[in-house]
Design a protein around this ligand. Structure first.
Ligand code: WT7
Length: 652
C-alpha cells in the first residue's frame, strides 16, 4: 500500500473557504452548528436512542424492532426483529397521502420523449409488476437481475422486487454479456428484466442481445422480461422470454407489500475489489432505507417543493440510494434522464434543468470536467436560476472543477456538497451540510450524524492533523453492507482485517486543522475511472485471457476528463505487438468487462519491471504511464534494462 505524497501537498495549498449563503442557512433542514453537534454527539454516544427515534418518526413499520442495533462490527444488525417493506415506505404511504398526485418521477428519454409518474402511478405499476414477478415464479428471497436502460421501468422493477421481498441485482447497462453471466451465476438469479435496447448518443445499446449471450452461461435464469424501449427486432425464446407490456396488460393492480425482516436482503450490487472477481455487496432493508432517507434530507436539504436531479445511472450505488430509495422515501420529485450529457448537444443537462426548474443537482467530477471542456457558452444559453444546491460524488473533486461548478453553474449562490461514500457504505458518510458547513474546494468536510471516522496509520493509531493515513470507521452505521453475497469470509477479510475493530475500504485521507476530511484517493489496486471503480486485476485477467498475451500489468494514469485512465502494459507470447493487436486487445477487454473498462493506452513490452521476488513494480509503471520520472527506490528491481526499454518505447 502506498499513499501518494504529491496528493497530500497539492490539497494542502487550498485555503479558500465558502460560508453558506445566509438565506439558505436560515431555511435549511439542519440550520445551526449547535444542532449538528448535538445530533452528532448523540448518534455517537447513544446510537440506539438516536436512530431508534428517527426510525419511528420517519419510517412505517409493520412490527417494531426488538433492539435498534448490535454495535459490533463486522456482524452488525439494525432494527433486529422489526418488520418493514421498502416499497411501502417509498411508494404506498405517499400514494395514501396528499402526495398521491405529486410527481414521483419526471423522466426524459434521450430522444426527447417524456413521462411523469405520480406516486399513485408508481403504486399501481409496482403492484402490477410485483404480480407479474409472482406469476413468473419469483418469491421472497429470490434474486432478480435488472439489466436495463435508465427508464421508469427500472425503478418500477426495483420497487416491485422490494414489494415482494425479492432481492434485486442491478447490472449497469455498460457491462458486457460476460459480466452479466458472472453476476447472474454468483447471485443465482431466477429472472432477468431487460429491454430490447437503450439509447446512448443516438445509438442503440443492445441489452437483450447481451442477455441472450449471457444466458448460454447462466443456467439459473428461468425467465426473461423485456421492455420495448427502442423498438428494434430481438429474439424472443418461447416459454422463456416475455414482453413487459404483454405481461402487464392482464395482471391485477392489487398486491400487498410483503413485510420483511429489517435485515432482509434488499439488493446485491456488484463492485470491483483489488483482487479476484467482483464483490456482491449486500444491503438489507431497514437500516439502508433509514440511512438513505435521512442523509437525503440532511445533505440535499430536501423540501417538499424541490425538484431534485441526481444524474447517476441507477446501475450504480448512487442511483440506488439517491435516485430511488432516499428521495422516494422522502416523497420527493425526482428527475431521471436516460441518455448522455452531450446528446444531441452539449447543453442537454442545462436544458433539462431549465425545462423542469430543477432545484437540486447532483453529479460527478468527471462530468464537471467534461462540461468545462465543452465551454461556458453551453450553460450560459439556459436559465439555471432554479438551482439552489449542487452536489458532487464519485472521486475527489479538483479545486478548479469545484470553482467552475460554484461560479458557472451555481452563480456563486448555491452551496456545493462534496459527498464521500461508497457502494459498501450505502449512504453518504462525509459531506458538508449545506446550511451550516463552510466549504473548502476539494474537501468533503465533516461526518454526518452516526458516522465516526478516523484517520489512522497502518497500526490503527489515530493520526494528527495534516498527516495522510487510512480512512476508517470506528462505529457501525445503519446502511452499512452486511456481507459479500455468498462469501462472508471475504467480507470480513476485505473490510475488517486491515485495522482490527474498524471498517476500512481502501481510501487514503487526511484531516486538516479545522478537522475537515480530504480524501486522497485509493490506496489499493483499484482504479477510479469516471467515478467508477475498476480493479486493475480484472482488466489484467481479461488481457491474459487473450491467446497472444503472456503477461499484463494495468495501472491508472491522470486523465483530464475521466480522472483516471487505464494504461495496460502487455508482453505477448511472440514478444511483439502491433496496432492491429492493440485494437484487438481493446475489443477483447470491452467484451470481457464492458465499454467502461476500455483501455486508453496499450503498451507492448518485452518484459515487465519486477522485484527479485517476482512482484511487478506497479509504482514504476504508474510513473511511466503518467510520463513522469521515477522518484524513489528502484534497487529492488531485478533487471534495470527493462525500465529503460519501456521508457524508450514510450517516446517512440
Ligand atoms: C470510491 C467509492 C458512492 C458514490 C459513487 C462511487 C471514491 C466517492 C468521493 C468523494 C473523494 C470519493 C472513493 C471511494 N469517492 N466519492 N466525494 N471524494 N473520493 O462509489 O464505486 O463504491 O466508489 O469512490 O475512492 O472509496 P464506488
Amino acid at each position: 500500500m502506498s499513499i501518494d505524497s504529491k496528493n497530500i501537498e497539492s490539497s494542502l495549498q487550498e485555503t479558500r473557504k465558502f460560508a453558506p449563503p445566509a438565506d439558505f442557512a436560515a431555511n435549511a433542514n439542519i440550520s445551526s452548528e449547535a444542532q449538528y453537534q448535538a445530533m452528532w454527539q448523540k448518534a455517537k454516544d447513544d446510537p440506539a436512542g438516536f436512530w431508534g427515534e428517527l426510525a419511528s418518526e420517519n419510517l412505517r413499520w409493520s412490527k417494531r424492532w426488538d433492539s435498534v442495533m448490535d454495535q459490533s462490527m463486522p456482524e452488525t444488525r439494525w432494527f433486529n426483529g422489526g418488520k418493514i417493506n421498502a416499497c411501502d415506505n417509498c411508494v404506498d404511504r405517499h400514494a395514501e397521502s396528499w402526495r398521491r398526485n405529486k410527481a414521483a418521477i419526471i423522466w426524459e428519454g434521450e430522444p426527447g420523449d417524456t413521462r411523469v409518474l405520480t406516486y399513485q402511478d408508481l403504486h399501481r405499476e409496482t403492484s402490477k409488476f410485483a404480480n407479474v414477478l409472482k406469476r413468473l415464479g419469483v418469491r421472497s428471497g429470490d434474486r432478480v437481475t435488472l439489466y436495463m436502460p435508465l427508464i421508469p421501468e427500472l425503478a418500477i422493477a426495483m420497487l416491485a422486487c422490494a414489494r415482494l421481498g425479492a432481492t434485486h441485482s442491478i447490472i449497469f447497462g455498460g457491462f458486457s454479456s460476460d459480466a452479466v453471466a458472472d453476476r447472474n451465476n454468483d447471485a443465482q438469479a431466477k429472472v432477468v428484466v431487460t429491454a430490447d435496447a437503450g439509447w446512448r448518443r443516438g445509438k442503440e445499446v443492445l441489452l437483450k442481445q447481451a442477455v441472450d449471450e449471457s444466458l448460454a452461461k447462466s443456467p439459473t435464469v428461468e425467465k426473461v422480461v423485456v421492455v420495448r424501449r427502442a423498438g428494434i427486432p430481438v429474439h424472443m425464446a418461447t416459454d422463456r422470454d416475455y414482453w413487459w407490456h404483454d405481461l402487464m396488460s392482464d395482471v391485477s393492480s392489487d398486491c400487498e407489500c410483503e413485510p420483511v425482516d429489517a435485515e432482509h436482503p434488499l439488493f446485491i450490487l456488484y463492485t470491483s475489489g483489488s483482487t479476484g472477481k467482483p464483490k456482491g455487496v449486500l444491503h438489507t432493508t431497514g437500516g439502508y432505507l433509514l440511512g438513505t432517507m435521512m442523509s437525503s434530507r440532511w445533505v440535499f436539504d430536501l423540501k417538499e417543493e424541490d425538484t431534485y436531479w441526481c444524474t447517476a445511472d441507477i446501475g450504480w450505488i448512487t442511483g440506488h440510494s439517491y435516485v430511488v430509495y432516499g428521495p422516494l422515501a422522502n416523497g420527493s420529485t425526482v428527475v431521471m434522464y436516460e441518455g448522455a450529457p452531450n446528446w444531441p448537444h452539449e447543453g442537454r443537462f442545462w436544458e433539462i434543468i431549465e425545462k423542469y426548474r430543477v432545484s437540486i443537482f447532483y453529479t460527478a467530477p468527471t462530468a464537471i470536467r467534461a462540461f468545462i471542456k465543452w465551454g461556458d457558452h453551453w450553460p450560459a444559453k439556459y436559465d439555471l436560476s432554479s438551482l439552489r444546491l449542487l452536489g458532487s460524488v464519485g472521486e475527489p473533486i479538483n479545486p478548479e472543477a469545484w470553482m467552475w461548478y460554484h461560479k458557472v453553474i451555481g452563480a456563486e449562490r448555491c452551496p456545493i456538497v462534496d459527498t464521500w461514500w461508497q457502494t459498501e457504505t450505502g449512504a453518504i458518510m462525509v459531506s458538508p451540510l449545506p446550511g451550516i458547513t463552510a466549504t473548502k474546494p476539494g474537501s468533503c468536510t465533516q461526518p454526518l450524524p452516526g458516522v465516526v471516522p478516523d484517520i489512522v496509520d497502518q497500526q490503527g493509531n489515530s493520526l494528527p492533523a495534516n498527516q495522510g493515513g487510512l480512512l476508517v470507521m470506528r462505529q457501525s452505521w445503519p446502511s452499512m453492507l452486511r456481507t459479500l453475497y455468498g462469501d462472508h469470509d471475504r467480507f470480513k477479510e476485505t473490510y475488517f482485517s486491515t485495522i482490527p475493530g474498524c471498517y476500512f475500504a481502501g481510501d487514503g485521507a487526511r484531516r486538516d486543522e479545522d478537522g475537515y476530511i480530504w480524501v486522497m484517493g485509493r490506496v489499493d489496486d483499484v482504479l477510479n475511472v469516471a467515478g467508477h471503480r475498476l480493479s486493475t486485476m480484472e482488466v489484467e485477467s481479461a488481457l491474459v485471457a487473450h491467446p497472444q498475451v503472456a503477461e499484463a500489468a494495468v495501472v491508472g494514469f491522470p486523465h483530464d476528463i475521466k480522472g483516471e485512465g487505464i494504461c495496460c502494459f502487455v508482453t505477448t507470447k511472440s514478444g511483439e505487438g502491433n496496432e492491429s493487436l492493440e485494437r484487438d486487445l481493446i475489443q477483447h477487454v470491452r467484451k470481457h468487462i464492458g465499454a467502461l473498462a476500455t483501455p486508453d493506452k496499450i503498451k507492448f513490452a518485452a518484459a515487465l519491471p519486477k522485484t527479485r521476488s517476482g512482484k511487478i513494480m506497479r509504482r514504476l509503471l504508474r510513473d511511466i504511464a503518467a510520463g513522469r520520472e521515477s522518484a524513489g527506490d528502484t534497487t529492488t528491481l531485478e533487471d534495470y534494462s527493462v525500465l529503460a526499454k519501456l521508457r524508450e518505447n514510450d517516446e517512440g
